[in-house]
Design a protein around this ligand. Sequence first.
Ligand code: MN
Length: 318
Amino acid sequence: MPAVSADDLLTFAKIEVPTSASSRPVLSVSTAPAGVEGEGFPVRRAFAGVPSSQLDPFVHMDQMGEVEYAPGEPRGTPWHPHRGFETVTYMIAGTFQHQDSIGGGGLITGGDTQWMTAGGGILHIERPPDDLVASGGLFHGIQLWVNLPARDKLIAPRYQDIGRRQIVRLASADGGALVRVIAGQVAGHNGPGVTHTPIALVHVTMAAGARLELPWPPDFNGLVYVLGGQGSVGSDAAPVRTGQLAVLGRGDTILVAADQHQEVRTSSLDVLVLGGQPIGEPVVAYGPFVMNTKAEIAQAFEDYQQGRFGSVPAGSLT
Ligand code: MN
């Protein structure tokens, strides 16, 4: 996890919370099962077992790693299609190389985000660069799927590269938590990511014993996922630890507190706080496609097989 010094935190705007704010309660805490993605990299399926109505407008989230690869071990995905949603890849440690069929792509590394709107159809590949495959090393990130409403499912694909320096950094009122706003508006500060469906995505690193009260739009759902460490969430201080997701109920703020005792290796609590305006439409997610009906999924497979998702550019990564 990225280290945060007290000196750093002093330079960031502090998050103010109105005294009348009501803190959201925790509705459930679930534990992400381990899985394997692409050509064999380890993930935690953050949203497994949670009703899609509570995740809306999100569909799926993987925590990639955290893993320390031996030389030759790093893995990625082969070329594959998507339709009907947006993928957000946020790298915390290590590097991923990306290319897509509309000419988007680049390297993303510690703190960078890549935002891909699949819309009507795109092909892409994500893999560690050759030098990282050779060397091995630490690899940690997330990939989040943000749904598109029916009216936007077939829009033109788009690619956004969000460098780590564009991320808006804030501090908790107690100065013990670093709050990185990747997308959306938090406490009056706008993050760089632009989505069709309004969302907020925040990465928080908290010193042992720190407490954060985060203003959260009342019309957004609220989720807290623990990347590493242990603490408590919500007005009822539900305990959470690495790989657990808390679903919050209604209210104005999201409360997160880091335990005094943390895992020895990191010494901090690292969480993602995310939410958005629910789309409120039927969700049929199958493989790489997220549509409203089964017929639209069948159409997506047919269009992909007929080559209507474009083609892999000449000279691309393999
Ligand atoms: Mn993909």
